[in-house]
Design a protein around this ligand. Structure first.
Ligand code: ATP
Length: 156
């Protein structure tokens, strides 16, 4: 995997821009986005952002909100993707990082489709970068995904 110093905040803002035209009736918000540099593969990290933002929009009914924030805490950066969507039942939470697992989506009124590979790929990307990914969710209330990655010191 390519390893280069890159501005993670720029990738976050690029991703939000990419989703602007396809967010439908959702509100896609950017909270605090601090300047953060990480050592990593830009394509893989962009894929991570697309998976998490795409899931948040896909599992949130029209009119809901998806918010991305990025904070630097010393030698760590924390990305948070939070949605107000259908959430995940407690008994399904341990399974969401398993390959091909898909929960019940009847609360959406339709199955939005998918392979059940997005989150396993997201976790693989995070682990390849020496980080951790944690998903918290409550059925009917929404989901929050936190990604922590090692930070690189900023040049400026
Ligand atoms: P794809 O591989 O196309 O992304 P997918 O969305 O089904 O398909 P994953 O991204 O691996 O696959 O997610 C696994 C399951 O976890 C989903 O089917 C869904 O049930 C649940 N899930 C993931 N993200 C969310 C979210 N933000 N809100 C509610 N459920 C979610």
């Amino acid at each position: 995997m390519l390893e280069t110093e890159l501005r993670f905040d720029h990738l976050v803002l690029d991703t939000v821009r990419d989703f602007e035209s396809i967010k439908g009736q959702h509100e896609l918000k950017v909270g605090e986005v601090s300047s953060c540099t990480v050592l990593g593969d830009p394509d893989r990290l962009k894929q991570l952002l697309v998976i998490l933002t795409g899931n948040a929009l896909k599992y949130t009914p029209d009119g809901g909100t998806v918010t991305l924030t990025l904070e630097c805490h010393g030698d760590e950066v924390e990305l948070v993707v939070k949605d107000t969507g259908i959430g995940i039942r407690q008994e399904d939470l341990p399974k969401v990082f398993e390959r091909y697992f898909r929960a019940d989506h009847s609360a959406l009124g339709k199955d939005p489709g998918g392979t059940g590979l997005g989150l396993p790929i997201a976790r693989w990307i995070v682990e390849q970068h020496g980080g951790q990914i944690v998903l918290e969710s409550e059925s009917g209330k929404g989901t929050t995904v936190r990604v922590r990655l090692p930070a690189c010191p900023l040049d400026d």
